[in-house]
Design a protein around this ligand. Structure first.
Ligand code: GEK
Length: 245
């Protein structure tokens, strides 16, 4: 049985011909450690998604975790949703992530089960949803395709349904961008990442993770149809929005 909590050392040694970051089996192996040491506020956001699920999940509906990775949010939805006949669906387009997600879900007994689908979020049909979560996933989809994703989510939500969107952001103000990027590097250092690990990871993520300003996210959520759009969380350059249909 593979270890649940392997330490992320993927960028600890100099890598010749450093390629683009990909959600492969190596990443899947260390993912919980990687995300908790890289995303300030990740634990707080995922825990709060459980609270939001308690309020917005409706009986006889579907709840989606889009870009579920190893199912951290899916697990929280399974624990927190008590409404009857609420079908929980996790979607991720990385086969390695999906395989590991299913292993981990099978290890944790829950009263309900979740369906995990290996697919691109752009290819799935969202319907009868009371809650849709995209926890740090839209940022990996090319910007031109993002509005269509949000429109499909809006169309698939029931009245009163909620969409939770968490993202790394870019600041329009260059000074704030510089200050918060430095603070993010400091956060990574404080979690034991070396300068080499930080710089190689940053280079690998270039053009893979495309962060946008808060204002652009809010405008896009409105363009997709949402009229109630709230920024409910921010820690440095990581935020989460709640949009209600
Ligand atoms: C968590 N939500 O632990 N379709 C489906 N999945 C995708 C796509 C796509 N087009 N693009 C990327 N992914 C999780 C963390 S991680 C965030 C999400 C991070 C998947 C990708 O395979 C990866 O598993 C996930 O989105 C992003 O709360 O690593 O910063």
């Amino acid at each position: 049985m593979s270890n649940n909590n392997q330490k992320d050392r993927l960028y600890a040694q100099p890598i010749n011909g450093l390629g683009q970051f990909a959600f492969d089996a190596n990443v899947a192996r260390v993912f919980p450690d990687m995300i908790s040491r890289s995303v300030p506020g990740y634990a707080a956001v995922t825990e709060m998604i459980g609270v939001l699920a308690g309020k917005y999940a409706q009986a006889n509906s579907r709840c989606y975790d889009l870009g579920c990775s190893l199912g951290a949010v899916t697990q929280i939805l399974l624990e927190r949703i008590e409404q009857p006949h609420c079908h929980i669906i996790g979607v991720d387009n990385s086969p390695a992530m999906v395989e590991r997600c299913c292993e981990l879900l099978n290890r944790t007994p829950h009263a309900h089960t979740a369906e995990i689908i290996c697919a691109d979020v752009r290819d799935i049909h969202i319907e009868r949803a009371s809650l849709v979560v995209m926890n740090f996933t839209l940022q990996f989809i090319e910007p031109d395709a993002r509005l269509d994703v949000l429109r499909a989510i809006y169309q698939g939500l029931l009245p009163g349904g909620a969409f939770v969107l968490s993202e790394k952001i870019q600041f329009q103000d260059t000074e704030q961008q510089q200050d918060f990027s430095e603070l993010h590097v400091e956060f990574k250092r404080s979690h034991g990442y070396s300068e080499l690990e930080i710089s190689q990871k940053r280079a690998a993520l270039e053009n893979v993770l495309i962060a946008e300003p808060v204002e652009q996210h809010i405008q896009r959520l409105r363009d997709a149809g949402f009229s109630r759009v709230y920024l409910w969380f921010q820690c440095l350059n990581f935020v989460s929005f709640l949009a209600i249909k």
